[in-house]
Design a protein around this ligand. Structure first.
Ligand SMILES: NC(=O)c1ccc[n+]([C@@H]2O[C@H](COP(=O)([O-])OP(=O)(O)OC[C@H]3O[C@@H](n4cnc5c(N)ncnc54)[C@H](O)[C@@H]3O)[C@@H](O)[C@H]2O)c1
Length: 272
């Protein structure tokens, strides 16, 4: 039996149609949250919302929005607060992968701009237009007015020159979390989760694609398995719960130990 600590609370999850976003949405729904799922992939978004709504009997509202587009994000934020009484948890999770290979000197400008605009600018825009209203919310018997959780990456912890723009975007997210944590204190906690290697849409849902990247980077995972969506959803539940009320400004790697004790995903010539 799970504790329904999100009863009466709303959660907005970007990139909610698939991967971590969908996994997190399911865990929040089990704990009583009503959901706004935001995604650019309309078909998948509607399918995910329908399934979660049917299974968990919570409100699950789809909003199609490109998080890198300011006008769309502003409309999405207005719509979200109209649809739900409150947004207690914001999961700023939408992101895209990089073309694996070109370092910063080789990456094409349009690819660089696309990654930065979705992964960094997109997460910034969503926080900018959702958090002000979150800060003003009040809950009975609840010390905080909300919780913000960004999805960063271990590429933001151990730089990966074969994922150059992606790495920069995620370093940016981790820095942004520290700044937002200051701006939103003491009302709202802001933290990041940094996944390692987990099979999701970012790897075309293919374990082979992901393992090829890991092999090329000589990645060693101390806990000796690949990550799952559930590994990340579990930490998201903790960060959305009262158990984490005194944690803000942090980045929590969920990576089987790669970033701290494994071999980083760097292609070292001396390592061949
Ligand atoms: N899978 C991993 O191993 C891994 C590792 C580290 C970090 N991450 C991060 O996890 C987050 C979620 O990705 P995932 O792995 O679940 O992949 P995913 O592709 O399954 O999910 C990402 C979702 O974001 C949506 N999206 C993409 N661009 C968007 C945009 N401009 N506006 C709105 N929605 C958009 C996609 O349609 C998709 O549904 C991303 O920020 C990613 O960088 C993933």
């Amino acid at each position: 039996m799970v504790e329904r600590f999100l009863d009466g609370k709303g959660a907005l999850i970007t990139g909610g149609a698939s991967g971590f976003g969908r996994g997190i949405a399911i865990e929040y729904a089990k704990r009583g949250a009503d959901l706004i799922l935001v995604d650019i992939n309309e078909e998948l978004l509607n399918e995910t919302c329908k399934k979660i709504k049917e299974e968990y009997k919570q409100e699950v509202i789809p909003i199609v929005c490109d998080v890198s587009n300011s006008e769309q994000v502003q409309n999405m934020a207005k719509m979200a607060f109209k649809e739900l009484d409150n947004i207690y948890v914001l999961n700023n999770n939408a992101g895209i992968g990089d073309l694996y290979g070109p370092d910063l000197l080789r990456i094409k400008e349009d690819m660089f701009d696309r990654i930065m605009s979705v992964n960094l600018r997109g997460q910034w825009l969503v926080s900018k237009y959702v958090c002000k209203k979150m800060k003003a919310q009040k809950f009975e018997n609840e010390p905080l007015s909300g919780k913000v959780i960004h999805t960063a990456s271990i590429a933001g912890v151990v730089v990966d020159l074969k994922l150059s723009a992606y790495t920069l975007s995620k370093v940016g997210v981790i820095a942004m979390v520290k700044m937002l944590a200051q701006s939103l204190a003491p009302n709202i906690t802001v933290n990041a989760i940094s996944p390692g290697y987990h099979v999701t849409g970012i790897y075309n849902n293919s374990e082979d694609v992901m393992k090829a990247t890991m092999d090329d980077g000589h990645v060693k995972t101390p806990l000796n398995r690949i990550g799952t969506v559930q590994d990340v959803a579990n930490i998201s539940v903790f960060l959305a719960s009262p158990l984490s009320d005194f944690i803000t400004g942090h980045n929590i790697p969920v990576d089987g130990g790669i970033a701290e004790v494994g071999v980083p995903a760097n292609y070292l010539k001396s390592d061949i």
